[in-house]
Structure formats: C-alpha cells, structure tokens
Design a protein around this ligand. Sequence first.
Ligand code: SF4
Ligand code: SF4
Length: 376
Amino acid sequence: MPDVYNWQLGRTMPYPHERGTPTHQFGAVFNINRCIGCQTCTMACKSTWTFSRGQEHMWWNNVESKPFGGYPQSWDVKLLEMLGPQPGWDTSLATPTAPYGVYRGKTIFEAAPPGQATVGYLPEDKEWRFPNIYEDTSNRSPQTTGGVQEGASLPEHQVFFFYLARICNHCSYPACLAACPRNAIYKRPEDGIVLIDQSRCRGYRKCIEACPYKKPMWRPNTRLSEKCIACYPRVEKGTVTRCVSACVGKIRLQGWIDDPRSPVYYLVHEEQVALPSYPQFGTEPNVYYIPPRWAPRKYLRQMFGPGVDTAIAKYTNPSRTLLGVLQLFGVTQKILYSYEVTSTDAVGYDENGVEVVRVPIDEPVVVRPEQHLNIT
Ligand code: SF4
Ligand code: SF4
C-alpha cells in the first residue's frame, strides 16, 4: 500500500490505490455564514442531472440542517462512532505546508478492517428519504432550557443550527475510487473530477460504503451507482457548476485549489479562512467551508478541524484582500482563474487573463440633498 502526503493531516498516510496527480484540481469554497437554506442549488442540480426514473431519491447536491440533519440520515455521526475516539491534531507542529498541525488519529483507510479499503457502512434505503430532515431544528429549544433564551449573542450561540451545503468533494484521495472492485471510478487527469464509468460499474455499492461523505448513490432501475459529476461539460467550457451558478445566497466560489493565482487557493492556503469538512477522514476533500461564526467551536472543530478559530477570527475582521475576494462569490458564471484586489474593486479574470467581472468593495453611499428629504 503506497504512502501519500495529505496536507490536511500534515503527514503521510496509506492510500490503497494508485493515484495519478491531476494537472489541475477542481475545488470550491462554500461560505456557510451566507447560506439561507433555500435549496435553489439542490433543485438546480436535480433538474439538470437526477430528474429521471430511478433517481427520485438522489440529491447529488443537498443542504442539510446541522446538528441533527443529514442525507443520508446521520451519515457523519455514524462514521465518527465507527472510528471511535481519536487523538486529533498536534497543532504545535503546524507549518506553512501543514497549517493545522499533524493529525495523530486514524483515517478511514488506517482504520479499515482486514480485506477492506476503508472503514464505512452502507446506509439503509430509508436513510436516503430526506435531503434536509430536521430542517431548521436547533440543538436545544428554550423549553428545554427552562424558557431561558440562551445563545442570543455572539461570539457563540449555545442554541444553534446552520445549513451545510454538500456535494461530492472530488477528493484528492477518493475512498470511493479505492474501494471499487471493478476499477470503474477514476479521477480525471485534467481537472481532478471523480467520475464513475457507467459501462464498468456493476452496482456492488462498495463506493457508497467507503465514501465517508456518502456521495455516491445507487440507482435501483439500472442497478448501477451514480454520483455528482461536478458538471464537467460546463467546467470544460470555463463555466461554473449548476449549484454554484444558481446559488441565491452567493455563498459559493469555484476554482482551482492547487493554483496560487486562484481565489479558492487564496481562501484555503493563504488566508486559511476556508476549511475542509471532516479532514480527519483522510480523503483530502476539495470543497472547503467558511465555518459559521455563531456555532459552538467544539462542534465546529470536530467538523472542520483545528483551523476553525483562526478562520472565524479572520472572517470576523477581514483584511482588505479577504473583503475583496468575498465580493467575488456568485457574481459570474465564469470560473475565475485569477483575481486582483485594488483599492476600490475586486476583479476576476478567466483562463486567458481577460477580465470577466469587477465588483466594488465598498458600497457606494449616496446622501440625498436636503430638499429631497421626505420629512416635513
Ligand atoms: S466525496 Fe465521496 S464520492 Fe466524492 S470523491 Fe470523495 S470519496 Fe468519492
Ligand atoms: S442556493 Fe445557496 S443559499 Fe440557497 S441553499 Fe443552496 S447554497 Fe444555500
């Protein structure tokens, strides 16, 4: 089993499959602080890719309400329980290439039972019934806290919920790919998008069992597995995915996680305001989240790792550059390859360095002359 370097863990780890290095790696940042749970992304994806017979239960993009929601139900809690208590990160060993320190616990690959690629489980059919079960349900109600309205002020609300938008993470070390006995899953060399070859798949569902995020899904009428394809026909044309394009809250920014010119690279590697979800699982997911600043830190650290406090501090008091890059979320259908933050504007450029969007950083303020004031 070859060892690979996982920067999110700050160490090497075994990965039970050959792994090519893509020229580019698809990535995205989702700003949880802005998500309103409207499910426009979910419907944009469904109406594009999963509207056919046998796909009724499939939501390649779903938005779930944390802490109780999950699609499939309790996917993360179940896997965390299977992994058991783990030591976590040694943050004293943090370096520029291992910004969270070194993870001392076991990944899903290291905790795999003999003969299997990962530790994992296959959800029952009923667990896939709701893309947002327990919608808007907080962890405690005022009734259970004696009518006391706890958590009404920042920095942390003890009574909380938040929306977690989820797609396939197009992981650098995909568990789905490693577990497939048919070698039907592959990572595209040009953009790192992870796809299931439908002509090779035999529907053994090993990918579903292995994926810690439960993003491959089984289609009963074809008896094959399917998953988010990162809207690759759009990506090939330099256009963002349907979920990114449709997002009402402008919470999503798509780009290349490995290119220092990309705004996504800036948010993850330079500013470190965007974090992977459950990095301890070990697949090196490529969708990153700006964590919700109101939720309890302990809960967030379990979900996004030890970078949470730094990320929230930076998001709460953003630098001028961060403020500029945050304006580039959801403002264009084009994938932004590079960006610039001037004294007045945030500017995005396409693959050829052509300007495709320019957004003012500060809202212009217009004060009406006194004679137009609507007062007597
Ligand atoms: S999120 Fe799951 S399905 Fe997607 S690449 Fe990673 S392991 Fe595979
Ligand atoms: S469209 Fe955007 S704001 Fe609405 S639920 Fe999806 S991610 Fe959240």
